[in-house]
Design a protein around this ligand. Structure first.
Ligand code: HMG
Ligand code: MG
Length: 302
């Protein structure tokens, strides 16, 4: 299959990138991060999550963040909501897109959202209905699509089954997530092919954590399977609190460098993202984990 010549990048650093940080990050810093990402041209930014602050304390300032950001016309500001309480808060905060998040593995579903896969789908039903009634976009995330920290292997059929339920719920977009970064290109190709047998490829996203350094190869495999939406995190920030040892999402700078080098358009200003990556890493007191980001920043400074 020919690779797409245009890709949508969903920048997830404000949510997936920061949710695992132990030290509470001031709301102003989160807001500045989102504002700078908006200016860099992202079409979709995952802004925060409306989950229990006992489970994920870093996202406790969700409503304040949403109220303070400057919205760029044309950018979709997405938030996670696991239940009706989360949806009500997301609606009040003016989210453009609500993300329901389930898993292809029973053990991870229990660890992350404290219920079985079937129970999660039942919990998502009223949320999906309310999202649609409010005229918002609905996205469904499938964790552990390439492996589970508790269960090990996950078969593509299990991923397809959750995707099928998400389609029934009316999801506009479906995320195939490698929560712990264990996937390799042939496996990714297999799962993407299986999912795109029931979901149009234009509505499927790849969400790769880079724990094993496989993400760029997995994105290339996904592109070859017709996928044109990828989730990335500036400076490679992130990790899931309920997936031990999981590191950040693939770094935005690395993905932009690869895609632009391949002549694939993203609409995102890589130069601006390099500065954002260096700035937020400095704020967190560590070196950016983006290889391209660090190399390009060094070149700029020379
Ligand atoms: P629970 O304990 O089973 O449910 O949690 P509950 O209904 O009994 O609620 C427990 C407490 O949370 C109650 O408070 C509720 O009011 C409150 P208490 O009475 O004890 O004071 N509560 C809420 N508070 C604020 N907002 C809400 C909300 N709902 C309940 N929406 C629940 C179930 C799903 C709520 C919980 O397990 C939870 O919040 N989990 C969060 C999980 C999470 O955020 N994980 C990280 C994001 S997913 C991810 O990173 C993966 C992804 O990136 C893809 C990938 O890489 O795989 C998307
Ligand atoms: Mg994730």
């Amino acid at each position: 299959m020919a690779t797409p010549n245009k890709v949508k990048i969903v920048e997830v650093a404000p949510r997936d990138g920061l949710q695992n940080e132990k030290q509470f990050i001031p709301t102003e810093v989160k807001v500045e991060l989102i504002n700078r990402l908006s200016t860099a041209g992202f079409a979709n930014i995952e802004t925060t999550s409306f989950v229990s602050p006992k489970w994920v304390p870093q996202m406790a300032d969700n409503a304040q963040v949403m109220a303070a950001i400057e919205r760029r016309p044309g950018t979709i500001y997405s938030v996670l909501a696991p239940n009706m309480r989360g949806f009500d808060a997301a609606l009040a905060a003016g989210a453009d897109e609500v993300v329901i998040f389930g898993a292809a593995s029973e053990a991870f579903s229990q660890a992350n959202i404290n219920c079985s896969i079937a129970e999660s789908i039942a919990r998502f039903e009223p949320v999906a209905e309310a999202v649609k009634a409010a005229g918002l976009r609905l996205r469904g995330s499938i964790s552990c699509a390439l492996g589970c920290p508790y269960q090990g292997d996950v078969e593509p059929a299990a991923v397809v089954e959750v995707a099928r339920r998400y389609l029934e719920l009316g999801c506009d977009e479906i995320d195939v997530a490698d929560t712990i970064g264990v996937g390799t290109p042939r496996r990714v190709e297999r799962v993407m092919k299986a999912v795109t047998e029931i979901v149009d490829p234009s509505r499927v996203a790849g969400h790769f954590h880079d724990t094993y350094g496989q993400s760029l190869a997995n994105i290339l495999a996904s592109l070859q399977a017709g996928i044109s939406i990828f989730h990335t995190s500036v400076a490679g920030l992130g990790g899931c609190p309920y997936a031990k040892g999981a590191t950040g999402n693939v770094a935005t700078e690395d993905v932009l460098y690869m895609l632009h080098g391949m002549g694939i358009k993203t609409g995102v200003d890589l130069d601006a993202v390099i500065d954002i990556g260096q700035w937020i890493s400095g704020h967190l007191g560590r070196k950016s984990s983006s290889r391209a980001g660090n190399a390009l920043a060094a070149r700029k400074a020379a």
